[in-house]
Design a protein. Structure first.
Length: 121
């Protein structure tokens, strides 16, 4: 018996906790910026957890603080514009703050060449 997969991913995901700063565009949708870290990353997007709801199809600007190899000439910060494509509320105990898993698509891609991203898997 063959099992079908609904996974349409065409690029590899790397499980990595990379610090990030996210700003919604226009800034009026969510006040200020949010700090968090990725849960996973690919060359076309990130998945992260935020404590503020951001509606799907919202344009965002994301800055990643990437680990570098010793004596690297690469920038430690990469910024890209993306689109929120999925928002999932995180189940939490009553009285705890709200959190959301957010998937962000980067139409122009994220150039990760040369960076040391280690998978935890």
């Amino acid at each position: 018996m063959m099992v079908e997969s609904n996974d349409r991913r065409t690029t590899k995901r790397i499980t990595a906790e990379i610090p990030l700063e996210l700003v919604t565009l226009p800034i009026t949708i969510a006040k200020g910026s949010q700090s968090s870290q990725t849960q996973n990353i690919s060359c076309f997007g990130i998945y992260c957890k935020l404590n503020q709801y951001i509606p799907p199809f919202t344009n965002v600007e994301v800055s990643l603080l990437l680990p570098q190899k010793q004596n690297s000439q690469l920038p430690s910060k990469i910024s890209f514009k993306g689109i929120v494509v999925r928002v999932e509320p995180v189940e939490k105990n009553e009285g705890e703050g709200k959190e959301y898993n957010i998937a962000i698509f980067a139409p122009s891609g994220i150039d990760l060449a040369g960076y040391s991203l280690m998978s935890k898997d």
